[in-house]
Design a protein around this ligand. Structure first.
Ligand code: SF4
Length: 147
């Protein structure tokens, strides 16, 4: 681990605290990758008996599966609350996929400080709030975010 620490620019930790902007669940069309186990967990959470998500929620992309999104790019499970707080939420928060759980500690964001700060432009939670230690970041990163 010590040798690994020397190689990483974020050894001192990084601040992140979700501000519920919903930005990581919306925007330009993209993919929210889900494994078969995650699909089954989401289906169960939604009370869908056959253990699989209908086309409304799920699409096949090559050999993989992705959640669907609305025309504007919002994830199908993103709930916007335009009330006082303007907060957003995830309808399947308790069982949301690894891709969502590991944001923003993805390999693509952690390559360099420049990539990290680029991600911060679209995510108001990056560089804000409590500091995640190097060990915490690596535990999250290694859960395997998209690269
Ligand atoms: S599943 Fe939930 S956390 Fe993941 S992109 Fe969709 S709304 Fe966001």
């Amino acid at each position: 681990m010590a040798e690994q620490n020397k190689e990483k620019w974020y050894v001192a930790g990084l601040a992140f605290e979700c501000q519920q902007s919903g930005n990581c669940c919306s925007g330009e069309p993209g993919h929210v990758w889900v494994t078969k186990a995650e699909i089954a967990a989401i289906a169960k959470y939604l009370g869908i008996d056959d253990g699989w998500l209908p086309k409304k929620y799920l699409r096949r992309v090559g050999l993989r599966y992705s959640l669907t999104e609305h025309a504007g790019g919002d994830c199908i499970f993103l709930q916007r609350n335009n009330g006082e707080s303007g907060c957003t939420g995830c309808r399947i928060h308790e069982v949301k996929p690894t891709q969502c759980r590991t944001w923003p500690f993805w390999d693509t964001n952690l390559k360099t400080p420049e990539y990290w700060n680029e991600a911060a432009k679209g995510c108001p939670g990056i560089n804000r709030g409590s500091t995640h230690t190097f060990v915490q970041i690596e535990e999250i990163r290694l859960k395997k975010a998209p690269s």
